[in-house]
Design a protein around this ligand. Structure first.
Ligand SMILES: [Zn+2]
Length: 85
């Protein structure tokens, strides 16, 4: 599971002007097969998922001499999906 983003949404389309509008975090994520999903989570889970946000980066592997789009987590080096180096 690759977390794309965590954002706060309201249950009221008119915005935040309403006192009774509740805001809750939603996680957007991709699964291994590439399908996109979103789910409502609790505040604590939102913090947890924020640390797991992945970025899509373009890399060029000198081993395979090919370009790839890979998803990497923060503070992690992108690895080649083909030769895993
Ligand atoms: Zn490679």
């Amino acid at each position: 599971m690759y977390v794309k983003s965590v954002s706060w949404v309201t249950n009221n389309r008119k915005g935040r002007s309403n006192k009774h509008t509740k805001r809750f975090p939603v996680v957007f994520y991709l699964l291994q097969d590439g399908s996109f999903h979103s789910k409502r989570v609790s505040r604590l889970e939102a913090i947890y998922y924020k640390t797991k946000i992945c970025k899509q980066v373009k890399i060029y592997c000198t081993e395979c001499q090919e370009k790839f789009n890979v998803l990497v987590k923060k503070n992690e080096q992108p690895i080649c999906p083909k030769c895993l180096s």
